[in-house]
Write a protein that binds this ligand. Structure first.
Ligand SMILES: C[S@@+](CC[C@H](N)C(=O)[O-])C[C@H]1O[C@@H](n2cnc3c(N)ncnc32)[C@H](O)[C@@H]1O
Length: 187
């Protein structure tokens, strides 16, 4: 699978920059699946970071020194899977897109998730004041993601109003650009 991804990316002009592993809950902790063979149970995911030719800005202010030590420079990330995935069977925890967005994007960069599902990546983008685009071909997931995004935007606006927050979670000035939402459905 990783080899295929690398080939597709290479054809698109992107080069493998980094690989990390997210150690999640073992499969039996949130599903009935278990192994009946010599294969190990599913308890981690690969993350592939691809590089688009051009200048690479290494901005150490994106994370605190403690965050750099704890996960920014670490190849293996440990945090739990979602506690309940009854609304979407393949939902990932918001900590996953949250870390990737904070590590690899600057405020104002557009976050694209071509497999939006319940909208977790968009929720992290809203929390971090990044514009986002999400694609999802199942209409009921599109509706679910849109509704979750609306609630998250209301929460974000409320927090900014009540706490007078003028900086995003990275300590940068807020993004003036409107958040872009494009959730595509088929048919
Ligand atoms: C692994 S799930 C993503 C779950 C998401 N990360 C979350 O936390 O809810 C993949 C999603 O991609 C959608 N999908 C699969 N193929 C697609 C395609 N070709 N275009 C758009 N959406 C697609 C599926 O319907 C599914 O909801």
């Amino acid at each position: 699978m990783g080899g295929l991804l690398e080939d597709f990316a290479y054809e698109a002009g992107l080069y493998l920059y980094d690989r990390r592993i997210w150690v999640k809950d073992a499969a039996w902790e949130n599903s009935r699946w278990t192994t009946l063979s010599y294969r190990a149970v599913d308890e981690f995911e690969y993350l592939y970071f691809f590089w688009k030719p051009g200048a690479t800005v290494v901005d150490k202010s994106r994370l605190s020194p403690q965050e750099w030590t704890e996960w920014g420079t670490r190849a293996v990330w440990n945090f739990p899977s979602v506690r309940a995935n009854d609304d979407h069977e393949a939902k990932f925890p918001i900590e996953l897109p949250r870390r990737v967005i904070r590590l690899l994007t600057a405020p104002g960069d557009v976050v694209l998730d071509p497999f939006m599902g319940s909208g977790t990546t968009a929720l992290a983008a809203i929390e971090l004041d990044r514009p986002y685009i999400g694609l999802e071909f199942q209409p009921h997931y599109t509706e679910m993601a849109n509704a979750a995004c609306e609630r998250a935007k209301e929460r974000r606006a409320f927090l900014k109003d009540t706490t007078g927050e003028h900086h995003d979670s990275n300590g940068h000035n807020p993004v003036a650009r409107e958040q872009l939402t494009l959730l595509a459905t088929r048919g």
